[in-house]
Design a protein around this ligand. Structure first.
Ligand code: G3P
Length: 219
């Protein structure tokens, strides 16, 4: 499973790139609002950090507007993917982008039928929002399982991008359910590295190493 960072914070993205586990980035208007920076400049900087897909979200509600925005975004870098919402207008834009060779991430997907339509419109990535379904009392992960089955049944090439991830548990379950990609907030990315027994084990090894050095000095 590929790991994307779900962030518009350049420092976070750089940290993940330095670690070497970073397959791409997703951004959205809420994430860029948190940074308070110019969207296009930030996207350019992010595209300079990773060669993986970087999703840039359109804000227009009509296909014409989405296409206009998308055409501006793709000028930024070769690895830009245009994010459109799962609406009739969004799918219209998706079909047009796809036919002209521009990759699309269909976002705000909450049902298997929406995911089917997004794949049929030629989406490169399809983003089911797990956390937001969980927030509604549904089980977000079931949607990933349904999407996997539908895409495999018909050989759709669209990649399932597990989004709205809130915990390491979400990441693990996405991987087990066959998501192609998980886009992860940096906080969750950092949590994934941690385990109390790893810390305890490192401490025990270092303590033993120190003990040995002291004993060797006595000899
Ligand atoms: O990738 C979409 C994601 O950013 C939405 O996450 O936590 O706002 O539901 P959240």
């Amino acid at each position: 499973m590929k790991i994307f960072i779900d962030s518009a914070n350049v420092e976070e993205i750089r940290k993940a790139a330095d670690i070497g586990i970073l397959d791409g980035v997703t951004t959205n208007p809420s994430l860029i609002m948190r940074e308070g920076r110019d969207y296009k400049k930030t996207l350019k900087e992010i595209c300079g950090i990773t060669k993986g897909p970087v999703s840039a979200e359109t804000i227009s509600l009509d296909a014409k507007g989405m296409i206009k925005e998308g055409k501006e975004f793709v000028k930024i870098a070769k690895n830009i993917v245009i994010k459109v919402p799962m609406t009739q207008e969004g799918m219209k834009a998706c079909s047009i982008f796809t036919k002209s060779g521009i990759k699309v991430n269909t976002t705000l997907v909450f049902s298997a039928n929406q995911a089917l339509l997004a794949a049929k419109a030629g989406s490169y990535l399809v983003s089911p929002f797990l956390g937001r379904l969980d927030d509604m009392g549904q089980t977000g992960m079931e949607l990933i399982e349904e999407m996997r089955q539908i895409y495999d049944n018909y050989g759709f090439k669209a990649q399932i991008l597990a989004a709205s991830i809130r915990s390491p548990q979400h990441v693990k379950e996405s991987a087990l359910s066959g998501a192609d990609v998980a886009t992860i907030p940096f906080k969750v990315y950092e949590q994934m590295f941690k385990h109390a027994l790893t810390d305890k084990g490192i401490k025990a090894f270092l303590d033993d190493w120190d003990k040995l050095q002291k004993e060797l000095k006595k000899k």
